[in-house]
Structure formats: C-alpha cells, structure tokens
Design a protein around this ligand. Structure first.
Ligand code: GDP
Length: 478
C-alpha cells in the first residue's frame, strides 16, 4: 500500500518536482524513488484535485467463486446431515444398515445399493442424510481440514456394555465440533440390556437425558431387530427442526468431498456432499487441487441424476485427479481460471510439503540440497563397538563439502532405540547402524515418522552410499 513519488507524479499527470514540492509543504521530504504511504499520497492527490484509491488485488478465488451471503428470502429448509459414532461393536454398522433398509425402497435402488460414503433416507417425505463411514476418524479428519459437514451425531451405546473408552472419545469429538448429540441405546433386545445404567453413565459426561430433565434425547433401539429406528429418525428430524437448517438451492454449488477413489474405467470418482447451492451435470468444479466438469452424477441409491440440491450426497465423475476426503469443492464460472487456481494450489501444496520439513532420507537428500533446504546433513551413528562409532564419525564428517556439512549429532554403542528415532525425528537426521539392529518399537516409530534408517555391515559401504547420495548419484532401490 505504497507508491513511489515518481509513479504518483505520473498518475497525477504532474512532474515529480511538483509532487515533491507538495510533499515538502506537508512536511514529507522524499525523493523521486522514495515510497510514500496511502494516506500521504491521498493528501497530495487532493491538492491536484485527484483521488487515490487502494488497488485491491483480486484473487482467482474471488473471481470465480461466488462467495456472497444468502438473504433470508433465498433460504430453504435442507435435510440434516448425520454421523453415527460410538464404541467398537456397539452396533454402528448394524444401525446404519438398519436405517438404510427400513427406508430405501428397493424399486428406487434397483435392488442394489452401493456404498458411496453417504446415503439419504426418506421419512414421510422428509429426507435425512447419513454419512455412512462409522466412527469418528472420518469425522475428525474432515473437521481437521476445516470442513464442517455434520449437523447431528448419533452416539451409539450398547445397552449391555455401557459407556466405553471410544464412547467417551466420540462424546468429546462431537462436543468439540458443537454438533447436537442424540443417543441411540442399542441392543435393547439383549438379555443383559440396561438402558437406565447407560443413561446414568452418560450424565458423568454432562449428557443428561431428556427424560431426566436434560437436553439429550436417548432413543432405545435394536439394530438387529430393527426396532426404534423410526423413533430415532423422528428425533433426528425434530432436532433438525430446532436447528432450522437452511440453504439456498439457487446458486452455484459448494460443499465437501466425503470420499474419493480412482476407478480403472471411469477415472477419479468422488462422493460429494452439497452444502449450499445446486450441483448440475456439466458444472465446472474445483475440489481441493482437482478440477473438472461434472460428467456423470449418481445418487447413493445408484440412480443417475441431473442435479443435486443442498444436503444431497452424490457420486460424480469428471475430475482430473482424485481429491482428498474433507476437501471443499466449489462450482465455478470459468474453466480457464479454475485450472489456474488449481495450478496455484498445487504449487502451494508442494511448497508446503517441503516446508513442513520433509524428513531427509538418502533418497531425497540431493533434491533437498538442490532446493537449498539442506545445509547440514545430520546423522546418528549406532554400532556394535565404540571403535566403529569413532571411525564412522570421522569418515562421515570428512564428506562435508561446500554445499552441505555432514554432522554426526549422536553416536553410541548398542541397538537402535526408540530414543534414537525420537532424536532423529526431531532433528531431521538419518540413522546408520553397523552390525546392530533397531529394536521393534524403534523400527515401527521410524516407519511412522519417516525417519531413514540404514543398516550396514561394512563401514566402506555406508561412506560410499552417503557420498553418492550427496552427489545425487544414489542408485535407485527396487
Ligand atoms: P460396530 O463395530 O459399532 O460397527 O458394530 P457392528 O454393527 O459391527 O455390531 C457388532 C456386533 O453387535 C455384531 O455382531 C452385530 O450383529 C451385533 N449387534 C448390533 N446391533 C445389535 C442389536 O441391536 N442387538 C443385538 N443382539 N446385537 C446387535
């Protein structure tokens, strides 16, 4: 937000001397190449009977994504989006199946319902959308990526088992996301079922059942015998009514990618949940770093459809790559700019990948040196005898050249341990071992953290390999 005196003069169709004079009159002593700020430029411009306006940079996003607010008049009621969470074996999958089968008419489904990550059921003409990946991992991944797709969480608790560790986790996830919780007390058909006990346990986590004066609906169900399912759906709709869930179907679609995969014949396939607007066949869409035109669109019951309104999950083809679950998508107005936007995002993503401290390995060492990220190669040396540790340290440090310094940050006798891996991970180091092995936990952690761990029998091999890696001449491994 500044401009040089020369540029300002040019814009004011004045000479630089005239502008400098006016600046001086206002107590600002600047030469032709100096920059003045917006306010100073405004004052001077006024004296030339001109006006200065801030130049706003318009991003591609702003050009092609309609980000305007909806007015109340535009908004229509939409279906609630529901996720099912709970402890393993408490019946999440069974419940999702039971809901689906009590309400999906076989004729509509053509007998085959496909799993696309979400489905809709119809209760007396009103729709409810379920995300049908049970558990809170998908939910949390999505939330971590900034996509708030869910309105209501159904917490499944088995009546014979009660509140278990993952139940508590699910409660915390739902609360953190500020979604409404409805408890489905499942397996009430079982002899040992004790719904009151479940409710009592829930109060410890500040979930007070409605029938005890709280605000948490608890519905007794049996996913196995398909009882209570309708009550549960009715409760979901009641909570949805209270929340007054609305969207504007008459605008460009936006929403979130639920899941995506690559199909050999059809290319990238993505399940999208429309959150606002309506998605049409032929729309140009940007989803994370993917772009394309919606070629085909199918509902969760496998029916080809032309358009998808808010809260409707659809499976689409036509993207140029596979987006990531949790990516947001937008229908946009200009294909050329859409492609540019995706290019920008891909570049940004690549940079981010490098900046998020890609762990150094012998395979990417040279590349990282090239982009100027590696000034020091940190190495941890473990060996069976102290003599080897010292020998390796000296040989390795001698490999230092102008571009990169080899630095042995830790050396010791014995197996490669968990703490070696921790140190390597934190310091972006690689680990070399001579006639020693990593213990199982260390090996596991190294894999998880992407720490490069190399084992040798002969010192010469190690020196040779690291030397080659530094020169970008490491033989590829097959
Ligand atoms: P998830 O791990 O939470 O998805 O649980 P599942 O849906 O896989 O169910 C775990 C086990 O509980 C399965 O053997 C189901 O048949 C059984 N189950 C689920 N719901 C009920 C129910 O309402 N009653 C009874 N008796 N068993 C159930």
């Amino acid at each position: 937000e500044s401009i040089t005196v020369g540029e300002l003069a040019l814009r004011l169709k004045a000479t630089a001397a005239e502008v400098i004079k006016k600046l001086m009159a206002n107590g600002v002593f600047a030469s032709i190449n100096d920059e003045v700020d917006f306010d100073t430029a405004s004052v001077v411009a006024m004296e030339f009977h001109a006006k200065v306006e801030k130049e706003v940079e318009v991003t591609i996003e702003e050009q092609i994504i309609d980000d305007s607010e909806d007015t109340d008049a535009d908004l229509e009621t939409r279906a609630p989006v529901v996720v099912v969470m709970g402890h393993v074996d408490h019946g999440k999958t069974s419940l999702l199946d039971a809901i689906r089968h009590t309400n999906v008419t076989e004729s509509e489904a053509g007998g085959i319902t496909q799993h696309i990550g979400a489905y809709q059921v119809n209760l007396d003409g009103r729709m409810v959308t379920f995300l049908d990946t049970p558990g809170h991992e998908a939910f949390t991944t999505m939330r971590a990526r900034g996509a708030m797709a869910t309105d209501i969480a159904v917490l499944v608790v088995a009546a014979d088992d009660g509140v278990m560790p993952q139940t508590v986790e699910a409660i915390h996830h739902a609360k953190a996301a500020k979604v409404n919780i409805i408890v489905a007390i499942n397996k009430i058909d079982k002899p040992g079922a004790n719904p009151e006990h479940v409710m009592e346990e829930l109060t410890k986590y500040e979930l007070v059942p409605e029938e005890w004066g709280g605000d948490v609906p608890c519905i007794r169900v049996s996913a196995k015998q398909k009882t209570g399912i309708k009550d549960l759906l009715e409760m979901i709709l009641l909570v949805a009514d209270m929340k007054e869930l609305k969207a504007n179907p008459n605008r460009a679609a936006k929403g979130v990618v639920i899941e995506a995969r690559l199909d050999k014949g059809r290319g990238p396939i993505a399940t999208m949940l429309v959150q606002n607007g309506t998605l049409h066949i032929g729309d140009i869409i940007v989803a994370g770093t993917s772009v394309g035109r919606v070629r085909a669109m199918a509902s969760a019951s496998g029916k080809e459809i032309e358009a998808a309104a808010p809260s409707v999950p659809v499976e689409i083809t036509g993207l140029d790559s596979v987006p990531t679950g949790g990516d947001t998508f937008n229908a946009v107005s200009d294909e050329r700019l859409a492609r540019q936007l995706v290019e920008q995002r891909r570049t940004a993503q690549k940079e981010e990948l490098f900046n998020s401290r890609t762990k150094v390995t012998l395979d990417n060492l040279f590349e990282q040196m090239q982009i100027g990220d590696m000034k020091e190669l940190q190495i941890i040396v473990k060996a069976d005898v102290q003599g080897s540790v010292e020998a390796v340290r000296q040989s390795l440090e001698k490999l230092s050249n102008e571009e990169v310094r080899v630095n042995v940050i830790h050396g010791g006798v014995g197996a490669i341990s968990e703490s070696d891996v921790m140190l390597a991970s934190a310091s972006n180091a690689i680990i070399v071992g001579f006639n020693v092995r990593p213990d199982p936990v260390a090996e596991e952690n190294a894999k998880r953290d992407g720490v490069d761990l190399r084992l040798y029998r002969v010192i010469y091999d190690c020196i040779q390999e690291i030397d080659s890696a530094m020169k970008g001449m490491l033989a590829p491994k097959f």
